[in-house]
Design a protein around this ligand. Structure first.
Ligand code: MRU
Length: 359
C-alpha cells in the first residue's frame, strides 16, 4: 500500500486531509485542511506538492470554498464564491499546469450545473462539486497506475535507475508518476537499484523519494545532485525517469530545477531519459517550453541548510524552482495512454487526441 497524500474525509461538510510533506521523513503528520486559506499556505509552503497532488488538492479546495455558502444562498452567489476561490488558489504556484487544469475543470462543472439545473439548490451544487473533485482524484489514481504499467518495461532486471525530485505517491493522488513504473517492476519481482538525487534546495529526493522507496522495499541510494554525471560515467545508470510539472505541445517538459542538467548528462552518457506524466500535465496551449512560467522561490531556501545560515548575509541568490528539458533530450514520455517515443508536436497531438492511444 502506497501512502495517500491527499484524502477527503466525510461528506460535503467534511475536510481535506494532507500528509504534511514538510515534516517527512522525521515525522508522519496529517493536516486537517478546512478552508482555502489553509490550503493556499499548504500548497505555497510545499506541505502538499507535486503537480498532480496540487491539482487534486485544489479541486477539493473548491468544495471547501462552497462550505462558506448558506443553504438559502442562490446557486449564482455560490458560483461567484467558487470563482473567487478559483482565482485565489490559482495564484498559489505558477508552474504545475495540473493546478489550473483541475481548477478549470471544477469551474466548468459548477457553471454547467448551475446553468443546466433549473431551481438547483446550493446543497445540490456542493454535492456536484465534491463529486467532481472525487472524480478528478480517482482518475488520477488510475492514470498513475497505467503509467506504471506502461513504464515498467523500461526497468530491466539488475538496472540502475536515476530519478530527480519526488514524483511518487506523495506527489499525486495515486501511486506516483516516475515512481509508478518502479512500484510495478518491484511487484513483478524484478531487482533493480534506484539512485535518488537529493534535489537541492528542499531535498524532495532525499527526504521523500528515499522515504517512499524504502517503505516499498525498493533498493535506493541518495546522491548529492552534483554526483549524477560521475555515477553515469561509472556505468551505473541504465535509465533516468523523472516526473513533470508542465509539458508543452512540442514535448518540452518543466520539472524540478536540476532536471535539465540531468538530461544533458544522460545524453552525453547515452542513457535514455524518460518523463512520466499523465495527460493532465500537458499544456497544449503553449507551443514550447519557452512559454512555461517558472516559479522563483524565496532566497532563504538557498541561504540556509537545516536552519543554519550557509551563505554570507547580503549575498544575493537565484532560486528558480523548475527548469525545462527540451524534447530532443527526452527518449519518451510515459503517459496513462501509452508511451510517446521521440516526442514532438505531431506525435503528441496524435497521442493525446480523445480517441487515440499511444504505443
Ligand atoms: O516543487 P515541487 O516539490 O512541487 O516539485 C515537484 C516536481 O518537480 C515533481 O517532479 C513534479 O511535480 C512531478 S510530480 C508527479
Amino acid at each position: 500500500m502506497v501512502v495517500q497524500a491527499v484524502k477527503w474525509i466525510g461528506d460535503i461538510d467534511g475536510y481535506l486531509e494532507l500528509v504534511d510533506q514538510r515534516r517527512l521523513p522525521g515525522e508522519f503528520v496529517s493536516l486537517q485542511c478546512r478552508d482555502t486559506r489553509f490550503l493556499f499556505d499548504a500548497i505555497k509552503t510545499l506541505a502538499v506538492r507535486g503537480a498532480p497532488a496540487i491539482g487534486v488538492a485544489a479541486a477539493y479546495g473548491l468544495a471547501l470554498a462552497l462550505q462558506e455558502s448558506k443553504a438559502g444562498d442562490s446557486p449564482e452567489k455560490a458560483l461567484a464564491e467558487l470563482t473567487k476561490a478559483r482565482e485565489y488558489l490559482a495564484s498559489s504556484r505558477p508552474t504545475a499546469v495540473n493546478l489550473f487544469w483541475a481548477l478549470d475543470r471544477m469551474r466548468r462543472k459548477a457553471e454547467g450545473f448551475v446553468e443546466g439545473e433549473a431551481g438547483a439548490t446550493v446543497t445540490a451544487l456542493r454535492e456536484a462539486v465534491l463529486a467532481e473533485a472525487k472524480a478528478i482524484h480517482s482518475e488520477d489514481v488510475e492514470m498513475c497506475r497505467q503509467i506504471g504499467l506502461h513504464g515498467e518495461k523500461f526497468i530491466k532486471e539488475g538496472a540502475g535507475i536515476l530519478t530527480h525530485c519526488n514524483a511518487g505517491a506523495l506527489a499525486t493522488g495515486g501511486q506516483g508518476t516516475a515512481l509508478s513504473p518502479m512500484f510495478e517492476a518491484h511487484k513483478k519481482g524484478r531487482k533493480f537499484s534506484v539512485y535518488a538525487d537529493e534535489t537541492r534546495p528542499l531535498l524532495q529526493g532525499a527526504r521523500l523519494t528515499a522515504w517512499e522507496l524504502k517503505q516499498a522495499g525498493i533498493q535506493v541510494a541518495v546522491i548529492c545532485d552534483n554526483m549524477a554525471g560521475w555515477l553515469m560515467k561509472q556505468g551505473k545508470i541504465n535509465a533516468v525517469i523523472t516526473g513533470a510539472d508542465r509539458i508543452a505541445a512540442n514535448g518540452d517538459a518543466a520539472n524540478k530545477i536540476g532536471t535539465y542538467s540531468v538530461s544533458i548528462l544522460a545524453r552525453e552518457h547515452g542513457v535514455p531519459f524518460y518523463i512520466a506524466a499523465p495527460s493532465s500535465t500537458f499544456d497544449l496551449s503553449i507551443a514550447s517550453g519557452a512559454e512555461i512560467p517558472i516559479e522563483q522561490r524565496a532566497a532563504e531556501e538557498v541561504t540556509s541548510f537545516a536552519g543554519t545560515r550557509t551563505v554570507p548575509a547580503g549575498v544575493s541568490v537565484w532560486n528558480p524552482a523548475f527548469d525545462v528539458t527540451e524534447a530532443r533530450n527526452i527518449a519518451a514520455i510515459i503517459t496513462e495512454r501509452g508511451v510517446i517515443e521521440n516526442p514532438d508536436t505531431e506525435i503528441i497531438s496524435q497521442c493525446l487526441a480523445p480517441s487515440s492511444r499511444g504505443s
